[in-house]
Design a binder for this molecule. Structure first.
Ligand code: E4P
Length: 216
């Protein structure tokens, strides 16, 4: 399972990349705004900087919602770097645009996916990734991981090449469950990735080893 970090924060991207386990980055307009990235030139430069930091797929999201505009915007994003994946929302024009990019050899990530039906459409259009938002589903009282299991099973049965990219991760358990269910990728905030490191018995065991090492 690939590990992407879900942020536009350069320090956090560097910290995750330095761990040596990072396979890519996902961003969205909210995450870019959070970092104070404003204006077309600054946005393009920020994506370029991320691409130069991490050798892997970097999702850059369009903010257009009409087919022609999505294609124009996505072409500009894809021109920034060979590793850019154009992130496109799950709307009718988005599906048309995903098909256009697929036919033109540009990889896409279909975002804002909340149902198996949406995931099937994205796969049919040829998206490289489909991003179901587990945390937001949990927040609304449903079970996000149940959807991951359902999509993973459908993609397996149908032989779809589209990868299931689990998004909107809120805790380390979302990552573990994603691995159990056969997801291809998770995109996570840094704290949930680092949360995988933690176990109290590791801390207790290490303290004892270090204590005993003084007697060696
Ligand atoms: C997906 O790529 C999105 O950027 C992200 O995972 C959304 O997560 P959130 O629900 O925490 O905003």
């Amino acid at each position: 399972m690939k590990f992407f970090i879900d942020t536009a924060n350069l320090a956090q991207i560097k910290e995750a990349n330095d761990l040596g386990i990072l396979d890519g980055v996902t961003t969205n307009p909210s995450l870019m705004a959070k970092e104070g990235v404003k204006g077309q030139d600054a946005i393009m430069q920020h994506y370029k900087t991320i691409c130069e930091m991490v050798d892997g797929d970097i999702s850059a999201e369009v903010v257009s919602t009409k087919f022609e505009d999505i294609v124009e915007e996505g072409k500009k994003l894809a021109a920034i770097h060979k590793n850019i994946v154009v992130k496109i929302p799950m709307i009718k024009d988005g599906i048309k645009a995903i098909k256009w990019f697929t036919d033109n050899g540009i990889p896409t990530n279909c975002t804002l996916v909340f149902s198996a039906g949406q995931a099937i459409l994205a796969a049919k259009a040829g998206a490289k990734y489909v991003s179901p938002f587990v945390g937001r589903i949990d927040d609304s009282g449903w079970d996000g991981m149940e959807l991951i299991g359902q999509i993973a099973q459908i993609f397996d049965i149908q032989g779809y090449k589209t990868e299931v990219l689990v998004a909107s991760i809120r805790n380390p358990n979302h990552i573990i469950r994603s691995a159990e269910l056969g997801a291809h990728v998770i995109t996570s905030p840094l704290d949930s990735i680092l949360g995988l490191l933690k176990h109290p018995l590791t801390d207790i065991g290490l303290a004892k080893f270090l204590e005993d090492a003084k007697k060696m």
